[in-house]
Ligand binder design. Structure first.
Ligand SMILES: Nc1ncnc2c1ncn2[C@@H]1O[C@H](COP(=O)(O)OP(=O)(O)OP(=O)(O)O)[C@@H](O)[C@H]1O
Ligand SMILES: [Mg+2]
Length: 380
């Protein structure tokens, strides 16, 4: 993506090029290697850690004879909408007037979609309104058409677990069959619902079982992130203490989006010298702004769910949520209640489970700002 230089080196939405992208060197190499060797990849990680960013980063450095097509299917609810997105992604990527564009547009038009232009961005969009069998046929022919081109293509399907919510049965089996026949296309399947994703690719009775290389995406290491942050401030002739950088990285739990967000604020609020006072002030401001979101959680949840969310936020990493100690400390009722609430909180994507460096499973809240807000307010 050729974008203009930004005033603030810490981006919080989208991908603006390698200059603004921290690390991910190993993961990028791994993905590029998989692609060049014709292997599809499954990218699984918690929300806001940088899956989508990594896909765009890899797309920006694909070998010359490769083309990347990206679709985020989170908002789709059925195969017809999936088809619309796929067709739209293809015509958006190539201008109608180019020779390749001509071929693509003619092909897509031959499937008889309604082609319109987004009133805001002016970008083209294709929409079909067809029954299941036609949606399947059209998706299959779009994919086959791509496969027949004289270049290679990577199709990244982001939030892939969403196909499990489609009303059409066995979408994954059907899709897997088509994909298996393709010679010129590799896939990147990415998703944040870790259980759904890993079940789809690692259970023997599932169609996608072992069909891809798994690439888990972890947090960026503190040393590498600190180095990136220091460099970015220095590039803009700003001075920040390395200890302060580490303190902030710790405060943001090294969770990519939150790290970016807080440094974005700090960068814009500070003059030449970035002081601890400015940092504290910005952190408090951020928490105050988010308060309405946190109150929203409370209104959305039952009381036991809310109590459990606060308890996990307060303890940060909870290894045994049904243990007596934890339940008594936070007054959470019975283990059965805790288990039920835990499941709901995971479904709402407020809590997730992860493994520590000793491969021990623990639960933690997604939103580190919520944890910080609870401890600032003495809530918990
Ligand atoms: N390596 C990186 N360096 C700098 N910023 C990054 C990096 N990775 C991600 N970001 C920033 O963090 C934000 C969140 O990342 P991204 O959207 O890629 O996460 P995600 O895992 O796809 O999240 P979700 O599951 O919510 O879709 C992005 O908007 C981007 O600005
Ligand atoms: Mg994403």
């Amino acid at each position: 993506m050729g974008k203009a230089k930004l005033n603030n080196p810490f981006t919080t939405v989208g991908y603006y090029g390698s200059e603004y992208f921290c690390d991910r060197e190993e993961e990028t190499d791994q993905l590029v290697t998989n692609i060049q060797n014709g292997n599809s990849t499954t990218l699984i990680a918690v929300r806001r850690i940088g899956k989508t960013g990594l896909i765009h980063h890899v797309f920006a450095q694909l070998p010359l004879n490769w083309k990347g097509i990206y679709v985020d299917i989170l908002a789709t609810e059925n195969l017809n909408e999936f088809l619309n997105l796929l067709a739209t992604a293809i015509i958006r990527d190539v201008p109608e007037k180019s020779s390749l564009g001509k071929r693509f547009w003619e092909f897509i038009k031959s499937l008889r979609p309604v082609i319109s232009f987004d009133p805001m961005s002016g970008e083209p969009q294709a929409s079909f309104n067809v029954k299941r069998s036609d949606a399947e046929l059209n998706i299959a022919s779009v994919l086959k058409f791509i496969d027949l081109q004289d270049f290679k293509t990577v199709i990244a399907i982001d939030e892939f677990q969403q196909i499990l919510n489609y009303p059409e049965k066995n979408t994954d089996a059907w899709l897997r069959t088509i994909i298996q026949q393709m010679k010129n296309v590799v896939f990147v399947f990415s998703g944040s619902r870790q259980h759904l994703m890993s079940d789809m690719f690692s259970l023997p009775n599932r169609p996608f079982f072992r069909s891809t290389q798994m690439l888990p995406l972890k947090k960026i290491s503190a040393d590498i992130y600190a180095d990136f942050v220091m460099r970015k401030f220095k590039d803009h002739s700003k001075v920040i203490d390395i200890e302060l950088v580490y303190e902030i990285l710790h405060w943001s739990n090294l969770h990519t989006y939150y790290v970016q967000l807080i440094f974005n604020r700090l960068f814009s609020a500070s003059g030449k010298h970035v002081t601890a006072e400015i940092w504290k002030e910005q952190a408090m401001k951020l928490l105050a702004e988010q308060e309405i979101v946190f109150i929203g959680y409370r209104n959305m949840l039952t009381n036991p769910q809310w109590q459990l969310l606060k308890a996990i936020a307060q303890d940060e990493q909870v290894y045994m949520p049904t243990a007596k100690d934890f339940i008594n400390k936070h007054n959470l009722g019975s283990p059965a209640t805790v288990l039920r609430s835990l499941k709901s909180l995971q479904n709402y994507e407020l809590v997730y489970s992860d493994f520590d460096t000793n491969a021990q499973n623990y639960y933690t809240v997604y939103d580190i700002l919520f944890s910080r807000w609870c401890s600032e307010r003495g809530i918990g």
